[in-house]
Design a protein around this ligand. Structure first.
Ligand code: SDX
Length: 390
């Protein structure tokens, strides 16, 4: 019967896989990296320690972590020629497009980047990506501002270096705000991995073809860009600003969402897996209040977000559909308070997700039993028919 869609057959675009990295219980709102609950990790760890945990399965010793951080700092310089890529892009290009292009291009500078079976080459590619992706991300930000690209300062920590590359200028010294650095490190931890989400599945699928890790990560960045996925954090801020600027009440906006007017959605709400509160959203919300207060920032958009959340949590339309805030609902307000423009929000998501993508890519490529990915299909098209004789 034509005209039916896969949903009529109960098929949703999924493919199953096995992984030992991240565990989610969507109904209970549980998230664990290598068995450790996200709440304990967020309270006690740092982003680079979490990157090690995701990649190697255990927490590093103090010496291992120290050597790891030093090795990453030594790889922050990007080949001078790569900067010319940004000259070819318009200043108004979205930073996510610039980032996916730059990461794919980054791989072309290393003849061993295509090595997927050489352990040392994969280690080196891992270090290069962790060290250099934040640098080219900051290049994308500077390109959009028409400002000169800075060089990394390896006397700074990973996050401090990234903040300076974004907000420092050639004209004056840059003072890292420790509150911002600590909050950003925590936000990167909260984004570090999330099981088989769309962009991670993309990285695994591309990696399963033995494509090199740079091209696989570039594909993941492109998948994350979409407003239903990582692009939602930027869309949330647009939604909140739209409510503020239009003067419409939160109640009126909620009614428009419920009536599905012009396809409007409550961005930052809902999730394919969490049918309960996203544990990361809770942690981000706690940080948002603390960071804005410490920065002395009062953002009416945070008030609107809280009012919107309260209205939705009390409304059967959302409760019956198990729609709760997800990780993207409050992050934008924090990124804005830190000084990032909305178009950089998803880039920050990508930097956080990078160790998870790499760990999942390595899980595919170090398992000899891995076969090339090929999602299942249910054919719902025309039965066989004869082509007209001519
Ligand atoms: C991320 O997978 C991951 O792990 C992703 C992520 C990660 O860390 O990698 O967690 C990061 O991508 C978080 C999600 C960010 N996206 C958004 O905030 C965009 C808004 N959310 C929706 O588009 C939606 O909730 C999805 C895409 C996230 C999930 O969609 P589902 O699970 O396929 O839900 P659905 O589309 O089947 O919706 C079920 C019902 C529908 O209503 P009815 O047809 O039954 O009447 O709920 C409604 C939908 O219309 N609905 C929403 C809604 N989300 C779902 N209605 C209003 N606002 C929303 N946000």
């Amino acid at each position: 019967q034509t005209g039916l869609t896969t949903l009529d057959y109960g098929f949703v675009n999924t493919a199953s896989t096995a992984s030992a990295i991240t565990y989610i219980d969507g109904d209970a709102g549980i998230l664990r990296y290598r068995g450790y609950p996200i709440e304990q990790i967020a309270a006690n760890s740092t982003f680079l320690e979490v990157a090690w945990l995701l990649l190697y399965g255990e927490l590093p010793s103090a010496d291992e972590l120290d050597a790891w951080e030093k090795r990453i700092r030594r790889h922050t310089l990007v080949h001078e020629d790569l900067k010319h890529l940004f000259e070819a892009l318009p200043y108004h290009a979205h930073p996510m497009s610039m980032l996916s292009s730059a990461v794919a291009a980054l791989g072309t500078y290393y003849e061993d980047s295509a090595a997927v079976d050489d352990k040392e080459a994969v280690e080196l590619a891992t270090i290069r990506l962790l060290a250099k992706m934040p640098v080219v991300a900051a290049y994308a930000h500077k390109k959009s501002l028409g400002q000169a690209f800075l060089y990394p300062d390896n006397s700074l920590s990973y996050v401090e270096n990234f903040l300076r590359l974004n907000f420092g200028t050639m004209a004056e010294p840059y003072e890292v705000n420790p509150v911002v650095a600590k909050a950003l490190d925590r936000l990167l931890i909260l984004h570090a991995d999330h099981e088989q989400n769309a962009s991670t599945s993309t990285v695994r699928l591309v990696g399963s073809t033995k494509a090199n890790i740079f091209s696989s990560i570039s594909a993941g960045i492109s998948a994350l860009y979409g407003p239903l996925h990582g692009g939602a954090n930027e869309a949330v801020l647009e939604m909140l600003a739209g409510i503020r600027d239009s003067g419409e009440s939160v109640k009126t906006f909620v009614e428009r969402v419920k009536n599905k007017e012009d396809g409007v959605k409550l961005m930052g709400f809902g999730h394919r897996v969490y049918k309960n509160y996203d544990p990361r959203a809770k942690l981000v919300k706690e940080s948002a209040d603390a960071v804005l207060e410490e920065l002395g920032v009062h953002d009416p958009l945070l008030d609107i977000a809280k009012e919107l959340e309260q209205a939705a949590l009390e409304d059967d339309y959302f409760v019956s559909r198990k729609l709760y805030p997800n990780v993207d609902f409050y992050t934008g307000v924090m990124y804005k308070a830190m000084g990032f423009p909305p178009r950089m929000f998803t880039v920050l998501f990508a930097i956080g997700r990078l160790p998870g993508w790499i760990a999942q890519w390595r899980e595919v490529n170090t398992d000899p039993a891995t076969k090339i990915g090929r999602p299942q299909q249910l054919y719902i098209g025309s039965p066989e028919r004869q082509f007209p004789q001519r």
